[in-house]
Design a protein around this ligand. Structure first.
Ligand SMILES: *Cc1c(COP(=O)(O)O)cnc(C)c1O
Ligand code: SF4
Length: 457
């Protein structure tokens, strides 16, 4: 981190340091060019290279200079969030890649090996590819997902990357060049056609990657037309982003930052709700003068800021961290919205936290903050049937059980109906749970199975 005294002076005077460092990015190929990594041993740097063969890596100067505390590596949470860690691969996978690098295996063979390992990391959890792609007539619309009645997800092709990559990323396959694992759309027309035909949709959610990596002119081509009267039913535009963490200059100093703010302002002035769904994992991300300025500027457009992020080991599996994160957010005008359970994909074994433990952390954090910070829901799993919230551990007729409910269901009728699973301190994902009272299945499973079959037919 830079000199804290300088940061706090800048913050108190309201001044924002210039974007002296233009956006400078480092990927797997430039690992050697990050001088800060000299603090690691040769073996640690090699391990990083091994993991980065399989899982995506991208970091930038802002993250390196302003977010990571280099006196505390490798334990520093932002270092864990962005730099490949040896534990992210299983020992046998790690060994295979290490041997390949040491013996100078050919590029083609290395690629094949990496592809095989990626294939074993459940690249597409929750049936995203098959089940949720909507159609107009017989035409499939790639780049759109319509899973829950009110909300359509849109993956603009120019937004399918991020300013840096999270080590736990649940959309990691699209960052490692597996083109067939990528869903993206590059034209606005189909999106607008679909929205016109679906008056039940109130929310459009732009997602990625990070849509905020896009130039403002592209964002405008998707969003500006929504001001027309045919889109009266579309009341909310949500934009999912981690740019406030990874590149807040996007909203302050980038060449088209002001244009972006004016675009958002046109939408809010016309009566749309603009919700910036910011992805945060740790209070450190909210600490720099640039992110503070970015938040102020976004709020000034009339947009609402809501936060969401996963609970992950090595980064934020601590009630005190979440309590501080939520408190800071409320103070800055960001509404805590979701705490997620890390998805069952990628390096999950390194980051996963058992459901019971996750709930204890959630509850421990909620208990420390005022009601205004208790708007965070969760811990929640985005699973095939829907978003399932861990309500907690309780006892029924002397038996310990887990109480759960849908926050979103593939069938809206499932929403908020409590159900119970057998107590299990090990389970880290919904598919490891069993019904609590000897039932064959959970109440929705038969219907969900039929939906899967219908989609494959
Ligand atoms: C989370 C999610 C949404 C939005 O759900 P809300 O509870 O309204 O925030 C929409 N579509 C998909 C596929 C989602 O995972
Ligand atoms: S911001 Fe989201 S999409 Fe981008 S790397 Fe992180 S988890 Fe993945």
């Amino acid at each position: 981190m830079r000199n804290p005294a300088r940061l706090s002076r800048a913050a108190s005077s309201g001044a924002v340091p210039e974007s002296a460092d233009r956006f400078q990015v480092f990927t797997e190929r430039q690992l050697d060019q990050i001088p800060e990594l000299a603090r690691l041993t040769e073996a640690e740097r090699f391990a990083m290279r091994v993991v980065a063969q399989v899982l995506p890596f991208r970091v930038n100067r802002y993250v390196i200079d302003e977010l990571i505390d280099w006196d505390n590596i490798p334990h520093d949470p932002i270092f864990q969030l962005t730099f490949p860690q040896p534990g992210m691969l299983q020992p046998t996978q790690f060994q295979q890649i290490a041997t390949a690098l040491n013996t100078g295996l050919g590029q083609g063979e290395l690629r094949t090996l990496c592809a095989a390992i990626r294939h074993d990391l459940n690249p597409h959890p929750a049936g995203q590819m098959e089940l949720n792609v909507p159609r107009i007539g017989a035409e499939r619309l790639p780049g759109l997902q319509h899973k829950y009645r009110e909300t359509v997800l849109f993956f603009p092709s120019q937004g399918q990357t991020c300013h840096a990559y999270c080590t736990f990323c649940f959309r990691w396959p699209q960052f490692v060049g597996d083109k067939e694992l990528r869903f993206a759309a590059n034209e606005a027309g189909r999106l607008h056609d679909y929205l016109r035909l679906h008056p039940e949709v109130s929310d459009l959610l732009l997602t990625g990657g990070d849509p905020m990596v896009m130039k403002t002119k592209y964002l405008a081509s998707y969003l500006e037309p929504l001001l027309a009267p045919q889109f009266e039913h579309l009341t909310t535009v949500r934009i999912g982003t981690k740019a406030l963490s990874f590149w807040p200059h996007r909203f302050v100093h980038d060449a088209d930052a002001d244009d972006l703010l004016r675009l958002l302002e046109r939408l809010t002035t016309a009566g749309k709700q603009v919700a910036i769904m910011c992805h945060f994992n740790h209070p450190r991300e909210l600490s720099t003068p640039t992110v503070r300025a970015a938040i102020r500027r976004l709020r000034d457009t009339g947009a609402v800021l809501r936060s969401q992020g996963p609970l992950v080991a090595h980064i934020n599996d601590d009630p005190a961290v979440w309590a501080q994160l939520w408190r800071t957010q409320v103070r800055l005008g960001i509404q805590p919205y979701y705490m997620f359970i890390a998805r069952d994909t990628g390096a999950r074994h390194y980051f996963e936290v058992p459901l019971v433990r996750a709930w204890q952390i959630y509850r421990g954090a909620i208990g420390q903050v005022s009601g205004l910070a208790r708007t965070a829901r969760g811990p929640s799993m985005s699973a095939g049937p829907g978003k399932i919230e861990m309500l907690g551990v309780t006892e029924i007729n002397g038996a310990k059980v887990l109480a759960l409910r849908f926050l979103q269901g593939r069938n809206p009728a499932w929403t908020h109906r409590p159900f119970f699973a057998r107590y299990d301190t090990e389970a880290t994902w919904f598919d490891e749970l069993r019904p609590a009272f000897g039932e064959e299945q959970f109440f929705f499973e038969q219907e969900y199975g039929a939906m899967l079959e219908a989609a494959q037919a």
